[in-house]
Write a protein of this length. Sequence first.
Length: 288
Amino acid sequence: MTLNLYIARRFLWLFLRVFGGFFLMMTMIDILDELRNFNDPRISFAEAANLALMNVPSTIYQVLPLILVLTAIGLFLGLSRSSELVVVRAAGRSGLSFLVAPVLTALAIGAFAVAVFNPIVAATSKRYDVLSAGHARAGSVLSMADGGLWLRQSSEDGQTVIHAERANLDGTELFDVTFLSFAKDGTPATRITAKGARLEPGYWAVTGGKTWPMAAANPEQAATLMKDGSAILTDLTRDRIRDSFGTPSAISFWNLPSYIRQLEAAGFSARSHKVWFQMELAQPLLLA
């Protein structure tokens, strides 16, 4: 037992050293990357460092298996160089029993990473998107897919499907957007196209909009222009949209099951989120 605790302590200490080295190196690289990629000349070194600190945890989380591999290599090289490994084998301990402490320690690190570090990564990733959206960054408004963006919102009158060619980073401002509303019986009710739509609490503020009543005999003749700032009621929120457009890794491990249920209830595919959730469940075993 004493030997296992000694090996586990050395493994954990070496892991923290390797982890800290990777964190510092990636932070410095990310600071330079932020300063180079942002078009805003007013961004200071402190702001770039803050952005880097928000972005680095997600990168570290991705290379965590590499950190554990390097830790294991460093541990056994150190024990071999100090002849401790030879002494342990000479004392009659088998090689498999010698691996118990490192494997259990790696398993505990993996469980801690999924249970504690994963929510931190999700929170910092969201914060990074919010901060980077405040600067004129190249590509801050981007196409999320070849077919654009798709959303669905519900109301007392029926469902509304939203399609947009582009959106900002958190999906709260849509460009070249179309709102197609359906009645409860599934028939098209209205069609609205707009140059832009910005999410406000409880509604979309439309710019450059035009509406067609689909129930009219000639919808084109009955079409009317909308004033800038006209409201389209919605039950969507900033957080829900940001999570929808984000990758599954941007959602906390503990929130994934409920989010998957909400996604399926809204009619969207949650396959990628389910796969990610299963990968996270297997993470501790894979790291060990």
